[in-house]
Design a protein around this ligand. Structure first.
Ligand code: NDP
Ligand code: 8X3
Length: 252
């Protein structure tokens, strides 16, 4: 198979699990993230099952680096990108606006919204050229609802939800599918990052109920990307069974 899947945030959590499931099904991979050693380790882990694996180490917040990294791929690789997974993202802190840290707001908006735009702008021309493709944007339940102290993260994920809808309209004439995925609580490195390395607070997020795991989201992404040509999954909200919406859980 010549086709490539391009995954942002492949160094942990959902992105890594998505890389693993597509590798198992013999896709060629373009794996990206900031942590180079993790990209190399994943490449080594997957090289037996996947045909070709390219790693690109860049920060999605830096448009020049995004453009430079994607341009550095061989032409035949760029031309064969068929799936883009816009997954890289993060929450930082849980504070009211008056107590919020403005550098955290910048990082969330620059990564979750502007980074997704920079990568999409660089990759979409290859999908248009191929007259075929699929973009999966990883949003969140925080892109459908808001919760107290989630203000800027929720706003950034509402932006992802809106961008998914816009992309779907704009890319329709080019035969490019767009799927928005909105997970609830999933036990990845997400909370450790949100609480800035405080493992105790991060672990408490998942106490008393069974959260999603990265594999659950990877399975859904793989399903959405392998429907027949005439079928597009527009939007998926995926929750732990113990979570009804952004704030209602059954915890024991
Ligand atoms: P992880 O923290 O495990 O993974 C986040 C990934 O994003 C990492 O690979 C990280 O790579 C990458 N990333 C973060 N910032 C940047 C950046 N500036 N440039 C490039 N890559 C970056 O969390 P998840 O797997 O849970 O998160 C994946 C996505 O899912 C995020 O968009 C998150 O908002 C969303 N989400 C998560 C939920 C959850 O409960 N876990 C629920 C709903 C949505 P590196 O650090 O190497 O750059
Ligand atoms: C991550 C899930 O509920 O912390 O997007 O917003 S939540």
């Amino acid at each position: 198979m010549d086709n490539y899947i391009f995954i942002t945030g492949a160094t942990s959590g959902f992105g890594e699990a998505i890389a693993r499931i597509f590798a198992k099904h013999n896709w060629n991979l373009i794996l990206t993230g900031r942590r180079e050693e993790r990209l190399e380790k994943l490449k080594n882990d997957l090289k037996a099952s996947s045909n070709y694996i390219h790693t690109l180490c860049f920060d999605v917040r830096n448009e020049k680096d995004v453009i430079h990294a994607i341009s550095s791929l061989p032409v035949e690789v760029k031309q064969n990108i068929r799936i883009l997974i816009n997954n890289a993202g993060l929450a930082l802190g849980r504070d009211s606006i008056e107590n919020g840290v403005s550098s955290d707001w910048d990082q969330m908006i620059d990564t979750n919204v502007k980074g997704l735009l920079y990568v999409s702008k660089a990759v979409i021309p290859f999908l248009i050229q191929a007259k075929s493709g699929h973009i999966v944007n990883i949003s969140s339940i925080a892109g459908k609802e808001v919760y107290a102290l989630g203000n800027v993260y929720c706003a950034s994920k509402h932006a992802v939800d809106a961008l998914s809808k816009s992309m779907r309209i704009e890319l329709l004439p080019h035969n490019i599918k767009v799927t928005n995925i909105a997970p609830g609580a999933a036990d990845t490195e997400f909370s450790l990052v949100r609480f800035k390395g405080n493992a105790e607070t991060a672990d408490a997020t998942y106490k008393g109920f069974e959260p999603l795991i990265a594999q659950d989201i990877a399975d859904a992404v793989f399903f959405a990307c392998t429907t027949p040509k005439h079928v597009c999954i527009n939007d998926l909200v995926i929750m732990p069974t113990a979570q009804a919406n952004a704030t209602t859980f059954v915890k024991r």
